[in-house]
Design a protein around this ligand. Structure first.
Ligand code: MG
Ligand code: MG
Length: 254
């Protein structure tokens, strides 16, 4: 973890664009593979091969001991699900895929929640609104705003639908490390004040994690998988972006 918030130079941002593009392309590719019966092991294998084929290094692999190149979190699993041959996608599932890659020393990080077959309308809505929450937050990622503006925008949108906003996991700065300061929460924490003032050239990963029920998590015995404490369905949507003067530039959407 870097010690302080960094503002990236134009040449550094150019490298982050390259890393971000690869992460976005990898997620698009994984999206084409989603179908009933495929295992999360297979998705991981394909994602890792795709990243390496395009000159990247999967940043999740061995990160604090994580055993795979993507996180695959199905249904009530929120984040950090471990790919497995035993987990095969079923009709009506949703799967959140989180992916990170390093290119030339710079990181990209993004996540999508995909629908498998015929998904219940209320769950489809959750997935759609979680994506919208990211864009509500990203609109606030401009110079002069503060972190609380991002948090408030994400939380307000999710609350309109009565959804739970996960608190124990947050977005983050990103650059030569996957996780850099500052933390980017998806809810307004009165203890944080306004949070960091945003400056053009800061790079952030904004990542709403939203549930149909509680915001509380429980952790699996594998030490990684975080699920909603009440078993309600959860979605995750993340992009890496550059804070701009009047609008953010999203790096991981291609
Ligand atoms: Mg992240
Ligand atoms: Mg991520």
């Amino acid at each position: 973890m870097a010690e302080r918030i960094t503002v990236k130079s134009p040449s550094q941002l150019e490298k982050m664009r390259v890393a971000g593009r690869l992460v976005g392309e990898t997620l698009n590719y994984v999206g084409t593979l989603i179908e009933v019966g495929i295992s999360t092991y297979e998705l991981n294998r394909e994602a890792e091969a795709f990243i390496r084929k395009h000159g990247g290094i999967p940043s999740f692999l061995n990160y604090n001991g994580f055993p795979a190149s993507i996180c695959t979190s199905v249904n009530e699993q929120v984040v950090h699900g471990i790919p497995s041959k035993k987990v095969k996608l079923r009709d009506g599932d949703i799967i959140s895929v989180d992916c990170g890659a390093i290119v030339d020393g710079w990181h990209g990080d993004a996540a999508r929640t995909f629908l498998v077959g015929s998904v219940a309308p209320e769950v489809q809505k959750l997935v759609e609104v979680t994506r919208e929450c990211f864009f509500k937050g990203a609109e606030q990622a401009v110079e002069g705003n503060h972190l609380i503006d991002i948090a408030r925008a994400v939380e307000t949108h999710a609350r309109e639908y009565g959804y739970g906003v996960i608190r124990e996991m947050v977005g983050h700065g990103i650059g030569t490390h996957m996780h850099e300061p500052p933390e980017v929460p998806n809810y307004v924490d009165p203890r944080m004040g306004k949070g960091t003032k945003l400056t053009e050239g800061m790079t952030l990963a904004i990542e709403p994690m939203i549930s149909l029920g509680t915001w509380r998590l429980k952790f699996a015995a594998d030490g990684w998988t975080a699920s909603t404490a009440d078993g309600s369905m959860a979605a995750h949507y993340e992009n890496t972006l550059i804070v701009g003067k009047s609008s953010a530039e999203v790096l991981t959407l291609v």
